[in-house]
Design a protein around this ligand. Structure first.
Ligand SMILES: O=P(O)(O)OC[C@H]1O[C@](O)(CO)[C@@H](O)[C@@H]1O
Length: 542
C-alpha cells in the first residue's frame, strides 16, 4: 500500500466519506443557515463560494490535515524559494520569480535571478514600444500591423488565451494571429490575408527544437523572403525569438539581439508571464503587462502567507483531491461566464493535465490511487445548450468551476444581467435539483415525471470578481497553478515534468522518415505498417 493511503488523514477521510456521500446538499444547507457565509472566501479580488460542495467541517478538517501530513507548507516554501522541486529534471520551478517585484531576491544555484528577469522585461518593453509606436519598420519601410506568434503547447496556449481574454485592453491597430499546428492549413489560413511587409513573426519555443514550431518558422521565413525578393536582411526586421536556446536561435538566422530569453526553471505551461508573453505585451502594452504580472504576484503572496484554511488555491486543490480520490470523479468542468475567457479551459487543460497526468510518484513508484482529473469546458451560456444535460441528469458526477464577473466590458442592455442570472441559476439547479414531488406538483403526466426529476447534489465552485482586468487574469491563472501544485503534493507526483509526451514525438520522427523508405524497413506492428503503406500510396509527392 502506498504511503498516501497509509496517512492518518487519508484513513480518516476514507472513514468519513460514506457519511457525507449519503447526504444531499439540500440537507447540508437546511442544517446550517450560515453555510454559504462560512464556506465563502475572498482574497486578491476573487470571491470563492465553495458551499455547494459535498463537504462539511469534518471533511475540510481531514483535508487540511492531509495537506499538513503531506508537508504542503514546507513544499510550497521550497517551490517559492527556488529549490529543485522538479526532481526528474533536477530543476527549480520558479515561475513565481517571473512576477516577483524588482527588489525581490530569489536564488537558483546561489544566484539571484530577479535582476535577469527584470532586464528581460525591460528588453521586451523597449521592443514592444517600438512596434506599438510604429517606429519599427518592416523591410519596405511600412510599420508592423500583424503579429503572428508561432509556438505550440505552453508557447502558444498562454499567449492565445491571454490575448483573447484581454482583447478589450489591446491596441486594436495590431492584429494578432497564432500558428501552432504543423497542419499546413494552420499556417496558410493565418497568413492568407496578411501583407508580409507589415508582418512580425514571434517564434516562441523554449527549446527551439520543437518539430511543429520549427517547421512553421521555416515556412514563415520562406513566405517572407519570397515577398522580400530573397533579401536575407529582411529576416531581422520580421522575426524575433522567445527561447532559452541561443545557439538554435542563431542557427535559425535570428540574432540574439532579437531574442528574448528565459531559463530552464520556467516550465512551458508556466511560461505565459516570461518572454513567452511578448505577444501579450505587444497587444496590451508594457504597463498593462506589469499589471498582469502584479496580479500573479498577489496570488503568489496569498498562497505563501494565508493559512491553509483560508487559502484559495489550497482549498480548490484539496476539493479536487476529495472528488478524485473519494467520490471517484474523473473530470472537472471549467465554465467561464465571460466570453473573453473562451480559451481559458483549453489553457487549463495543458496546465492541469500535463502537470498532474502522472502514474508514478516523484520517486518512481506506481501509485495506487487516481491522480489528475480531466479538465474541460466551454464558456457559458453556450455549454448550457450542449453538454449541461449530462451534468444535470447523467450518471456521472462532475464538479464544476463557474467563473463570472460583476461588470461586462461591453455592456449592452440586459445581456449581462441575463448572463449572470444563468450562472447563478445553474449552480443552484445542480446543487438542489428538483424532486419528483415538485415535478408532480407542476401537473406533469406520471410517465414524464422520472425524466423531469433533477437529482441535484452536483457540486460546484462559484468564483466571482468585479471585472476582468489584466491583474485579475494574472491572479486567476496563479490560482489554478497553485491548486495544481497542491494536488500534486498530496499525490506525491512531480507536476513539472512531462515525459509522457516523448514517445509520440520519437515515433513520429521514425514514421516520417519511413514515408520515403523501403518496404523492407517497415518493422512496426501490422496495423502501423498498413497505415504507413496506405499513406505512401495516397500522399501527394512533396
Ligand atoms: O516551447 P517548446 O520547447 O517549443 O515546447 C512546447 C511544448 O512542448 C512540450 O514540451 C510538450 O508537448 C510542452 O511542455 C511545451 O509547452
Amino acid at each position: 500500500m502506498s504511503s498516501l493511503r497509509e496517512k492518518k488523514a487519508w484513513k480518516a477521510l476514507t472513514e468519513h466519506h460514506p457519511s457525507i456521500a449519503s447526504k444531499h446538499l439540500r440537507d447540508l444547507f437546511a442544517a446550517d443557515p450560515d453555510r454559504a457565509e462560512r464556506y465563502t472566501l475572498e482574497a486578491v479580488g476573487l470571491r470563492l463560494d465553495y458551499s455547494k460542495h459535498r463537504i462539511d467541517d469534518d471533511s475540510l478538517n481531514h483535508l487540511f490535515a492531509l495537506a499538513r501530513e503531506s508537508d504542503l507548507e514546507a513544499k510550497r516554501d521550497a517551490l517559492l524559494s527556488g529549490a529543485k522541486v522538479n526532481v526528474t529534471e533536477h530543476r527549480a520551478a520558479l515561475h513565481t520569480a517571473l512576477r516577483a517585484p524588482a527588489d525581490a531576491h530569489i536564488e537558483v544555484d546561489g544566484k539571484n535571478v530577479v535582476p535577469e528577469v527584470q532586464a528581460t522585461l525591460r528588453q521586451m518593453e523597449t521592443f514592444a514600444e517600438a512596434i506599438r509606436s510604429q517606429q519599427w519598420k518592416g523591410f519596405s519601410g511600412k510599420p508592423i500591423r500583424h503579429i503572428v506568434n508561432i509556438g505550440i503547447g505552453g508557447s502558444d496556449l498562454g499567449p492565445v488565451m491571454v490575448c483573447q481574454a484581454l482583447r478589450h485592453y489591446s491596441d486594436q491597430r495590431l492584429q494578432l494571429r497564432f500558428v501552432s499546428n504543423v497542419d499546413d492549413t494552420d499556417f496558410a489560413e493565418a497568413v492568407r490575408d496578411l501583407d508580409p511587409a507589415e508582418t512580425l513573426f514571434v517564434v516562441a519555443s523554449k527549446t527551439f527544437t520543437t518539430q511543429e514550431t520549427m517547421t512553421n518558422a521555416h515556412t514563415a521565413r520562406d513566405w517572407l523572403l519570397q515577398a522580400a525578393g530573397g533579401k536575407i536582411e529582411a529576416v531581422a526586421r520580421h522575426f524575433v525569438a522567445l527561447s532559452t536556446n541561443a545557439d538554435a536561435v542563431t542557427g535559425f538566422g535570428i540574432s540574439t539581439d532579437q531574442m528574448f530569453g528565459f531559463w530552464d526553471w520556467v516550465g512551458g505551461r508556466y511560461s505565459v508571464d516570461s518572454a513567452i508573453g511578448l505577444s501579450i505585451m505587444l497587444a496590451i502594452g508594457p504597463a498593462r503587462f506589469r499589471e498582469f504580472l502584479a496580479g500573479f504576484h498577489a496570488m503568489d503572496e496569498h498562497f505563501r502567507h494565508a493559512p491553509l484554511e483560508r487559502n484559495l488555491p489550497v482549498i480548490m486543490g484539496l476539493l479536487n483531491v476529495w472528488y478524485t480520490n473519494f467520490f471517484g470523479t474523473q473530470t472537472v468542468a471549467v465554465l467561464p461566464y465571460e466570453q473573453y475567457l473562451s480559451r481559458f479551459p483549453a489553457y487549463l487543460q495543458q496546465l492541469t493535465m500535463e502537470s498532474n497526468g502522472k502514474r508514478v510518484t516523484a520517486e518512481g513508484v506506481t501509485v495506487d490511487y487516481d491522480t489528475g482529473p480531466i479538465f474541460w469546458g466551454e464558456p457559458g451560456t453556450n455549454g448550457q445548450h450542449s453538454f449541461y444535460q449530462l451534468i444535470h441528469q447523467g450518471t456521472r458526477l462532475i464538479p464544476c468551476d463557474f467563473i463570472a464577473f460583476a461588470e461586462s466590458l461591453n455592456p449592452l442592455g440586459k445581456h449581462h444581467d441575463l448572463l449572470i442570472a444563468n450562472v447563478i441559476a445553474q449552480a443552484e439547479a445542480l446543487a438542489f435539483g428538483k424532486t419528483a414531488d415538485e415535478v408532480k406538483a407542476e401537473g406533469t403526466p406520471a410517465e414524464l415525471v422520472p425524466h423531469k426529476v433533477f437529482e441535484g447534489n452536483r457540486p460546484s465552485s462559484l468564483l466571482l470578481a468585479e471585472k476582468l482586468t489584466p491583474a485579475l487574469l494574472g491572479s486567476l491563472i496563479a490560482l489554478y497553478e497553485h491548486s495544481v501544485f497542491t494536488q500534486a503534493t498530496i499525490w506525491g507526483i512531480d507536476p513539472f515534468d512531462q515525459w509522457g509526451v516523448e514517445l509520440g514525438k520519437q515515433l513520429a520522427r521514425t514514421v516520417a522518415a519511413e514515408f520515403d523508405g523501403d518496404e523492407a524497413e517497415l518493422k512496426h506492428d501490422s496495423s502501423t505498417n498498413a497505415a504507413i503503406r496506405w499513406y505512401r500510396q495516397h500522399r501527394r509527392p512533396v
